[in-house]
Design a binder for this molecule. Structure first.
Ligand code: ZN
Ligand code: ZN
Length: 365
């Protein structure tokens, strides 16, 4: 029986299928998440050189053994400082037009690569071609192994929220709540939080990127909690807005509007809609309620190995949302001096529709 193809072998096939359109016959991968995605190698240093027929992971002595274990579809090559190995390896792999990740390589690194090619024997046979977004586009569509890891990261975040939110009382500080969340996430097997936890109480909740500080949580104020877990590399992202004690009338109005905007987008988003059109689904609900100016950020973003990745889901996101894409839907309304409300869930597009992956409790005013 033919052994099942590994996840990384399937990803390499999809990557190679994109070579022709970019007029390359090989690619140098240096960006850390792309390197991990394509090879399985989680070390922090190394390059992938991938041609139509070969795949090499070049890394230094610290990582050779780990790379051999984690990247079964790659030949591991031990390298030293410098780049003289690159033209040799590209030659061995039969590469003449080598793509590189133009969005991730610095001008200095680009100069070093160019110099290494210039100084190599047989210089001139290999040209460097800037590429953009090739691996990111693949990463936007999640495979089964990624979905399992994402769901676990999301479940951990949901459980941590449900546990900690039930313990929040007036008089606690934002930082205390953030620490409890971090502990609850780690206790459930996550390797870390996926970004610095946001706990914004009262007026702080009107600042979408407020970090938890010594602000004391008071009864009746909105508290925005935006948090996530990282599990085996994959990130979750969850926002809930709660009130300790009794909310004011403003809260009920604002909360109901944000929730309606979120549920409208979840219900109405369909595959092959642009990110911009998805954003509009929620934004129009908030605009109709008279709060258009108070929703200053994008509706959502892709999530995976990074907390923000493709696809884009904002007013300028022209790319299409497709089956297999995982992204957040997180409308908000922020009223300076009073506070804000944001509600965020992660969804996956399946058979043309959104399926919600987050299950943390939502406040019902
Ligand atoms: Zn978030
Ligand atoms: Zn988010």
């Amino acid at each position: 029986m033919k052994p099942a193809q590994t996840a990384t072998a399937a990803r390499l096939s999809r990557l190679r299928a994109g070579f022709a359109a970019r007029e390359i016959d090989g690619i140098l991968i240096s960006e850390a998440s792309n390197r991990r995605y394509l090879s399985g190698f989680v070390g922090t240093a190394g390059y992938l050189v991938i041609s139509n027929g070969g795949a090499v992971l070049a890394t230094d002595s610290r990582y050779v053994e780990q790379a051999g274990r984690q990247a079964p579809d790659f030949r591991v090559e031990r390298i030293k400082a410098g780049l003289d190995w690159l033209p040799r390896l590209a030659g061995e792999l039969g590469i003449s037009k080598l793509g590189f990740e133009a969005d991730h390589i610095t001008v200095t690194q680009h100069g070093r690569i160019r110099d290494a090619l210039k100084e190599a024997p047989g210089a001139g046979k290999l040209s460097l071609v800037p590429t953009s977004g090739l691996t990111l586009e693949l990463r936007a569509i999640k495979d089964a192994s990624e979905m399992a890891l994402l769901q676990r990261a999301i479940d951990i975040g949901d459980e941590a929220f449900d546990e900690v939110s039930a313990q929040i009382v007036a008089g606690m500080t934002e930082a205390e709540v953030a620490w409890k969340i971090e502990m609850a996430i780690r206790e459930r097997g996550a390797e870390s939080i996926s970004f610095d936890t946001i706990v914004g109480a009262g007026p702080n909740s009107a600042l979408p990127h407020h970090r938890a500080d010594d602000t004391v949580i008071r009864a009746g104020q909105p508290v925005v909690i935006d948090m996530g877990a990282r599990y085996q590399g994959y990130c979750s992202d969850l926002t809930r807005t709660i009130v300790v004690g009794n909310p004011d009338a403003q809260f009920k109005r604002v909360y109901d509007t944000v929730l309606a905007a979120q549920l409208t987008a979840i219900e109405a988003v369909v595959a092959k809609m642009s990110g911009a059109d998805c954003d509009k689904l929620a934004r129009s609900v908030i605009e109709e309620a008279g709060h258009g100016d108070a929703f200053g950020h994008s509706l959502g973003h892709g999530v995976g190995l990074e907390i923000h990745e493709s696809p884009g889901v904002g007013p300028n996101s022209k790319g299409l949302l497709l089956d297999g894409m995982v992204f957040t839907i997180e409308p908000g309304i922020y009223l300076p001096g009073w506070g804000g409300v944001r509600i965020e869930d992660v969804v996956v597009l399946e058979r043309g529709k959104a399926r919600v992956l987050s299950h943390a409790r939502k406040h019902s005013p």
